[in-house]
Design a protein around this ligand. Structure first.
Ligand code: GDP
Length: 665
């Protein structure tokens, strides 16, 4: 029968290697007690070795998951820390030192850590048991301990004493049970006392009658009962030697001598004793049977939990990637559908509007034909020099100005400009698509996609801008506008100018702010007006700002321009109409050559890029998503879980067979 416990403890250890989980585990015995209640002494008596950290200042800071493995044939006893790789330790004082170091490594400000230390002890003298030693409850924090230590210890213990774990609540016989912290804690989570074993230590320190009364306690009844123990040899015995088997033997002798010397109270076979349970061997036995029963009871639910996790574990990095790529491509398709000719045209028109407005500002506004101002700055453009040509008839000058402005616009390098505008808009759209996709949390994928888009766009732009330039070449020589082109141009430019005017007003207000208010601004402006007429040299910054204000102040003039015949007097309308022509041609070309090709190439490039990932890269990429990381960890442990499940099922079959045999026999 005890083979079952051994098997179950093995399974429990396997599950431990799978990883911490609340559901994927089998119950253990959790040992709680206040400091100095004798908790360490009880554990050491069960193990038969002194191995726990000692010292008045030594507070256990991490749980110790102690697995005892009964190995009848093993010659030597040894301990091992499975996660530390220290090998087999036969010297138990080394175990004690390691535990001390591990405890001291917990930063003082954290007080305690819930990351358990795993320790396995193999010995012919130990029963198969799984115990968890927790930091002892403290009553008052001493001056060198953090204030919250008490609370943190209590929280840590609360986490472990949850069902289905068995609680081993240690209390000292010389302390009133009503004041036992461990019993109080256990009652909070196990009010009916169904999974708590009470251990009363230091039975030698109280009168036997009183000791027996505690064990038969009716105030705090526990279904699993109380066990009285003595875990310290009398000081004069001199046998309390470190880490040796005699400890167990001498202790057992001492303990049993004490209890048998008071048969009236402690002899279970004596009806007068009330059937109390005493002695470390009895405690060990109780622990074994209780653990076995509670592990068996948990087998079915744990197996079920494993099965459920396994079902979820079919999700792998590849599936995750495929889903993410599909989702992204779907988003991209929706974007592509919404990014049509109209959108490309609007983008281009907006950019060309800006160019037209710049030209107008440079060539017309603040440069009235009749007042040929002295040069304000060096390095003027050819057009500005044009403004200083000898005065001819007004009409001729207007004509020359318009022709030169149109030439400026058509020779601006629209092919390159338009291509850049559309390409950079596409690139921005991809960046924001990625940011709202499931790739958002993955730096690797994010840059892979953005790089893919950038390299396709770079490649396409190179040829496209040259070819578009060629397409636009005829406009450099001749531009024919229909009446409807003109009418549309007139309407468009009115809108563009209105919005420009609004921007100018806002800019003027902020320039005025810079200059310290409207009045001061006016003074500066009128001063600059004078400067423009005369030849005063200016170089201070507020004057530079003022100069800008002069430009912004002058309202954009609107003329009638109902007909094209006036075109040279209405450069705004004409230039706008030209810009529309350029935008239209560019749109036709770019929609096909840049947008269309990009929409075809991009999803394929994404596929190719992700298909080329090595399994390691794929895993690394998937792990960048925390949601997926947990799944992947589970997948990796799948084989292990499968094995555990098979063993559990075999075990349950064995258990049922044994049950049937017992019933029939
Ligand atoms: P812990 O702080 O709960 O781990 O308590 P310890 O096991 O370190 O014990 C606290 C003190 O009580 C130590 O000095 C032990 O020697 C002593 N002690 C433990 N068990 C017994 C016992 O059964 N009888 C007597 N007389 N002293 C004990």
């Amino acid at each position: 029968m005890m083979m079952l416990t051994k098997k179950m403890i093995e399974i429990r250890s396997l599950l431990q290697t799978v990883g911490q989980s609340d559901t994927l585990t089998l119950p253990s015995i959790v040992v709680i007690g206040s400091q100095s209640s004798g908790k360490s002494s009880v554990l050491e008596a069960i193990v038969g070795h002194e191995f726990l950290p000692k010292g008045s200042n030594m507070v256990t800071r991490r749980p110790i998951e102690l697995t005892l493995v009964n190995s009848p044939k093993a010659q030597a006893e040894y301990a091992e820390f499975p996660t530390l790789g220290l090998g087999k330790l036969t010297d138990f004082s080394q175990v004690q030192r390691t535990l001390t170091d591990l405890n001291l490594a917990v930063p003082a400000e954290d007080c305690v850590s819930d990351d358990p230390i795993q320790l396995r002890i193999h010995s012919p003298h130990v029963p198969d048991l799984s115990l968890i030693d927790l930091p002892g409850y403290i009553q008052v924090t001493s001056h060198d301990q953090p204030m919250e230590l008490k609370e943190k210890i209590s929280q840590l213990c609360d986490k472990y004493i949850q069902p289905p774990n068995v609680i081993l609540a240690i209390s000292a016989a010389d302390v009133d049970l009503a004041n036992s912290t461990s019993l109080r804690a256990s009652r909070r989570v196990d009010p009916r006392g169904e999974r708590t074993i009470g251990v009363i230590t230091k039975m030698d320190l109280v009168d036997p009658a009183r000791g027996a009364a505690i064990l038969a306690d009716k105030n705090y009844p526990l279904r699993l009962g109380y066990v009285g123990v003595i875990c310290r040899l009398p000081p004069q015995s001199g046998l309390f030697s470190r880490g040796s088997a005699p400890l167990t033997a001498a202790l057992t002798r001492h303990e049993s001598a004490y209890f048998s010397s008071h048969p009236t109270y402690f002899d279970a076979s004596n009806p007068a004793s009330g059937g109390v349970t005493v002695g470390t061997p009895a405690l060990r036995k109780k622990l074994m049977t209780t653990l076995e029963a509670s592990m068996s009871a948990s087998l079915a639910t744990t197996a079920q939990a494993i099965r459920q996790e396994l079902d979820e574990a079919t999700y792998d990095a590849e599936t995750y990637l495929a889903e993410s790529v599909d989702g992204f491509k779907h988003d991209f398709r929706s974007f592509a559908e919404s990014f049509g000719r109209r959108e490309v045209q609007a983008l281009l028109k907006h950019e060309l509007d800006q160019q037209v407005l710049n030209l107008l500002a440079q060539r017309y506004w603040n440069r009235p034909v009749e007042t040929l101002e002295p040069p304000i700055e060096h390095g003027q453009s050819a057009m500005e020099t044009l403004a200083s040509l000898p005065k001819s008839t007004d009409d001729e000058l207007w004509r020359i100005k318009l022709d030169a402005s149109v030439a400026s616009l058509t020779k601006l390098g629209i092919g390159r400009l338009a291509t850049t505008v559309v390409a950079s808009n596409l690139s921005d759209q991809i960046t924001s698509l990625v940011a709202s996709s499931s790739f958002a949390g993955s730096p690797y994928a994010r840059s892979a996609i953005i790089d893919a888009a950038a390299s396709i766009l770079r490649e396409l732009s190179y040829d496209t801008s040259d070819e578009l330039e060629i397409c636009l070449k005829p406009y450099k020589f001749r531009i024919d506008l229909s009446d409807s082109d003109w009418a549309t141009g007139r309407e468009n430019i009115a809108t563009a100018l209105r919005s420009e005017l609004k921007d100018c007003e806002a800019a003027l207000a902020s320039v005025e702010d810079v200059m310290g208010g409207r009045k001061k601004a006016r003074d500066v402006i009128s001063f600059i007006d004078k400067v423009r007429k005369g030849d005063i040299q200016l170089d201070n910054t507020s004057v530079a700002a003022g100069r800008e204000a002069v430009f912004l102040r002058d309202p954009v003039k609107s003329r009638g321009c109902a007909r094209q015949t006036d075109k040279f007097r209405c450069p705004e309308v004409f230039l706008d109409a030209v810009a529309s022509k350029l935008a239209e041609t560019s749109e036709l070309f770019l929609t096909a050559e840049l947008v269309g090709k990009f929409e075809w190439l991009f999803p394929r490039e994404i596929d190719a890029k992700f298909r080329a990932l090595t399994p390691q890269q794929l895993e690394q990429f998937a792990r960048e998503d925390p949601k997926v990381r947990r799944h992947l960890d589970l997948v990796r442990r799948k084989d292990l879980l499968d094995r555990v499940l098979r063993e559990m099922e075999a075990l349950r079959a064995l258990e049922q067979a044994e049950g049937r045999r017992r019933r029939s026999g």
